[in-house]
Ligand binder design. Structure first.
Ligand code: NAI
Ligand code: 15L
Length: 265
């Protein structure tokens, strides 16, 4: 592809993926509201608040694909979630509609289903059970993307990322972890697929103790290779198992199920 837009490029996942995206397109347009550092030869840097419709319209112009990682990524004040994750997503989809409907990978979250118990195994047809306002914002994002698909044919992969980081940090993440390599391979499959549609994908590695079933998305050819199990012994020796009554051991969303609704004050 000619130009790939990466939003949230100054964030934890964005910084890792920004460095890996060079092979995906001739030009990588990297964007964030935060400082993006210095542009590499193949990069265009655009500082942009997702809540600013005119700025987002210009941001998307000329892009053939969008890796949408930008937004509020944990529980927060509703006003912040509203601007980045609701208004921001609407702005992104309106801009995509105006600019030839580039394929989108939307970084959704496991917190759309955080209130399922850890002894429940679910697939993409399970009703949403968000565990906070952040999770609700991702449910909104998925519904918005689905509407743009049904109404206009805009393709999006709705990737419910589990925990995408260097290594799992606790016992729960033995189930939810996705390695950076597996995410990069997923991005490749999503942007190369002849036909994408608007599937929900679970963003997890091939973990022995996974709760989520991706078999409906086999047509994309994504085969995660890593497995959090290799970290189990070390994690149990260092962090240990949480008490059986802890949200970390009970719910798929872990501690997010216990977050308060943050006050605006
Ligand atoms: P992060 O919080 O480190 O990065 C998000 C980036 O979005 C930040 O650089 C921030 O400045 C930017 N941002 C926030 N508000 C903005 C606005 N109004 N306009 C423009 N940019 C704005 O989050 P992380 O971990 O890198 O996650 C990336 C995406 O993946 C997020 O959408 C998050 O919800 C999603 N995700 C990540 C998971 C993970 O394990 N890292 C798990 C599930 C979902
Ligand atoms: C998320 O949605 C968050 O963005 C990330 O920071 C992790 O906490 C992850 O979920 C998780 O559930 O581990």
């Amino acid at each position: 592809m000619k130009r790939l837009l990466v939003t949230g490029a100054a964030g934890g996942l964005g910084r890792v993926m920004r460095a890996r995206m060079a092979r995906f397109a001739e030009i990588i347009r990297v964007s964030d509201i935060a400082d993006l550092g210095v542009a590499a030869a193949h990069e265009e840097l655009v500082t942009c608040d997702l809540g600013n419709s005119e700025a987002v319209m210009a941001l998307v112009d000329g892009c053939d694909g969008i890796l949408h990682l930008g937004g509020i990524s944990v529980e927060d004040k509703f006003s912040k979630i509203l601007n980045a994750n609701l208004l921001g997503l609407y702005n992104l989809y309106e801009a995509a509609r105006a600019h030839g409907m580039p394929r989108i990978l939307f970084a959704s979250s496991n917190h759309t289903v955080g209130f399922y118990r850890q002894d429940e195994h679910i697939d993409a047809t399970a009703p949403m059970r968000p565990d906070g306002l952040y999770g609700v914002s991702k449910c909104f994002g998925e519904a918005l993307a689905r509407m743009y698909f049904e109404k206009f044919g805009q393709e999006t992969a709705l990737v419910r990322i589990g925990s995408c980081m260097e290594r799992p940090l606790n016992h729960r993440m033995l189930s939810t972890w996705m390695s950076h390599d597996d995410f990069e391979a997923m991005i490749d499959c999503i942007f190369r697929a002849p036909m994408l549609g608007c599937p929900v994908l679970w963003g997890i590695s091939n973990n022995d103790s996974r709760w989520w079933d991706n078999s409906h998305a086999a047509y994309l050819g994504w085969k995660p290779r890593d497995n959090a199990e290799k970290f189990r012994a070390e994690l149990e020796a260092t962090v240990g198992r949480p008490p059986a009554s802890s949200p970390l051991a009970l719910y798929q969303g872990g501690m997010f199920t216990k977050d308060p609704i943050f006050s605006e004050k």
